[in-house]
Each structure stands twice: as C-alpha cells, then as structure tokens.
Design a protein around this ligand. Structure first.
Ligand code: SAM
Ligand code: SF4
Length: 334
C-alpha cells in the first residue's frame, strides 16, 4: 500500500495514534447530557459492525501506526460479545483501554486482566444517590460506587469521569476532590459539551476557571500542585499535597487541546469521525464489506481534519446551534 506510514498524519502534522471505537449505541443508563429523553433511533442491527469487522478495521489502523485503542459506546459492556472483542483486540500490539459507566464492570475483572487492560475510566457525576438518579434516570449509584472501589482494590488505575453542570453538581467539586485524599484514583471534571438533544447552553457550563476558583478558595495555594500533563493528554492535571489520588479538568469548550489531538473515532455503525465536534462522518464499513481498500477512507478522514473543533475555534461559535449539529453523544461514542 502506498504511503503506508503517513495516512494517519494530518495537514497540521498531528499523528493519529489513538483510535476510539464505539461498540454499541445501546446503554443501561440514560444520562441527560448524553441521550435525549425519548431515546435515539438505533441503527439497524445489520449496520452495526460485527466483532470480526471491528477487528479488521482496528488491524488496519494498527498497521498504519495506531498504538492505543479505547472501547466506548453507548455502554461497551452491554454488548453480548464485549469479552470476545476485548480478547481479539488484545492480540494487537496496542494499549487497550475502556470507558464504562461501571454498572456491570464487576463481571469483567478477569477479562480486563487477561486482555492487559490497566486503566479504566468510569463515569460518575454525583456522590449523591438521588442526584445520580436524576442524571442517569436509573438507580445504580451504590453499584457503580462499589465497583469503582472494587477496581481500585483489584489494582486497576481508575479515572472517574464527572460531567459538571451549573447549579447541579458543581456544588460537589470539593467533595469529589476530597475522595482523592484516601483513594488512589483520578477525578476528571469534564466541561459539558453540546450534542443533539442534550439541551446544552453556555449557562450550564462549569468552566476550568470556575473549577479552579473553588479549589483556590478552599485549599492553601502551597498545597495545590499543577502536575505535568502527558503528551496528547486532554486533561490538565492537579493534585492536593498529601492526597493519594489526583484530579484533572477536561476543558474541551473553554480551553481546547486540539493542537496535540491524536484521536480518531469509529462509531458502532462503522463511520469514521475525525473530531468529536465534526458534523460529518465517513462510511468505512461499506467499503470493508465490499472488499475495497479502507486505507483510502482513513486517509481522507485524517486529511480533512480541521485545526480546532471542526472549525468552532471560538467560544462565540458555540452560540450558533448549527455549528454543533451533531449526533447524540451516545451514538457517536464519547
Ligand atoms: N457509557 C460509557 C460511560 O458513560 O462512561 C461510555 C460512553 S460515554 C458517551 C463516554 C463519556 O462521555 C462519559 O464519561 C460521559 O460522561 C461523556 N459525555 C457524554 N455526554 C457528554 C457531554 N455532553 N459533555 C461532556 N461529556 C459527555
Ligand atoms: Fe450511557 Fe455513558 Fe451515555 Fe450515560 S454517558 S447514557 S452511561 S453512554
């Protein structure tokens, strides 16, 4: 194949070595910021990638230089062949990771270990069971909380993803940070992003600046450490002196990290997206099924990637609803 090593490098010189694969559009929760209240129209089953197709596409990406694959969704673990997919992908020379809502992770501990999965991101938006119910529309707080503790006990690195929303869970920022005192986990505060049907508006956003303001007001400046971020890290990392764990902020709206973006997304129905904010998608599944080259699709998608958030380079542009005309997060894969 021509130009084999370069098809993952975009016109800004960014190398796309990190593939995020959504395994399903289905979920056992109904988070308000991710899924519209009346659900989404699911893709027909025949349009969803089989595990062999997921493997073939992943293998092609790895052949061109992908070194990390994250499984996401929907809830990746509700897919019946989730273990099989993890086992198959674990045969590729990549770091394998997963983002899950944590409801059923206790059933997968052995699979994670067998597949060499070391870091697990679990979503939890409130430490209050009632609030958690109102976000997820399901009653699984205790299950998820206990599963986070179980994962830590089993030796996994746990990152807790918490989407902050004004006047809802921004009152819990310090409680989440307090959790890091005795637990070696990372709390990741995520700025609320706009997707179809999630009623996003700027007023609901809790920004990096507001989060840090709360931290500064509570902790002595000398006890607040700004950690070194890893290359391509989407998060800005911090620690309170003496705490076992750390916390981080993913400020996709107020302080995007596009300059070092190395991510490309594959949706459960076989569409490639070069940016979470991209309003277009490219079908890779049909050419794969027709026995055609999929490298040309990958190349086209990488080469057409824009510099910043699919062109939404200012906060002002978020105010135009057409600029974030996108599928729901549940259908894209976060
Ligand atoms: N079901 C799994 C979970 O909840 O972790 C994986 C899929 S979920 C779509 C992946 C991540 O996207 C979660 O951490 C979730 O909090 C985040 N997410 C979903 N909608 C979001 C939004 N509107 N803004 C910011 N983050 C969002
Ligand atoms: Fe499901 Fe995760 Fe979306 Fe919540 S954030 S509805 S758990 S896919």
């Amino acid at each position: 194949m021509e130009n084999q090593t370069n098809i993952l490098t975009d016109t800004f010189g960014r190398e796309h070595t990190y593939l995020r694969i959504s395994l399903t559009e289905r979920c056992n929760l109904r988070c308000t910021y991710c899924m519209p209240a009346d659900g989404i129209l699911l893709s027909p089953k025949s349009h969803i990638m089989t595990y062999e197709e997921i493997y073939s596409i992943a293998k092609e990406f790895v052949a061109h230089g992908v070194t990390k694959i994250r499984l996401t969704g929907g809830e990746p673990l509700v897919r019946k062949d989730a273990s099989l997919i993890m086992e198959k992908l674990a045969t590729l020379p990549v770091e394998l990771a997963i983002t899950t809502n944590g409801v059923i992770v206790d059933r997968f501990i052995e699979t994670f270990k067998k597949c060499g999965i070391k870091t697990i991101n679990v979503s939890l938006d409130s430490l209050d069971a009632n609030k958690n119910y109102s976000i997820t529309r399901r009653d699984y707080f205790t299950k998820v909380y206990n599963n986070i503790l179980l994962l830590i006990k089993e030796g996994f690195q746990v990152k807790v993803n918490c989407v902050l929303m004004k006047d809802f869970n921004d009152t819990e920022i310090l409680d989440f940070i307090a959790l890091t005192k005795h637990q070696s986990l990372q709390i990741r505060f995520i700025e609320f992003m706009p997707f179809d049907g999630n009623k996003w508006n700027m007023e609901k956003l809790v920004s990096l600046e507001e989060i840090l303001k709360q931290v500064y007001a509570h902790y002595e400046p000398s006890s607040f450490i700004r950690l070194q971020d890893k290359p391509n890290d989407t998060a800005k990392n911090y620690q309170i002196k003496g705490h076992k764990g750390t916390f981080a902020v993913i400020s996709s709206v107020t302080n995007p990290f596009c300059d070092s973006c190395n991510r490309i997304r594959l949706t459960a129905n076989g569409q490639l997206k070069n940016c979470l904010f991209s309003t277009t998608e490219s079908d890779i599944l049909t050419p794969l099924r027709e026995g055609k080259s999929i490298a040309t699709v990958i190349e086209k998608v990488v080469f057409s990637k824009k510099r910043t958030r699919n062109g939404m380079d200012t906060l002002e542009k978020f105010k135009d609803p057409n600029s974030h005309n996108n599928r729901s997060m549940i259908a894209i894969g976060g």
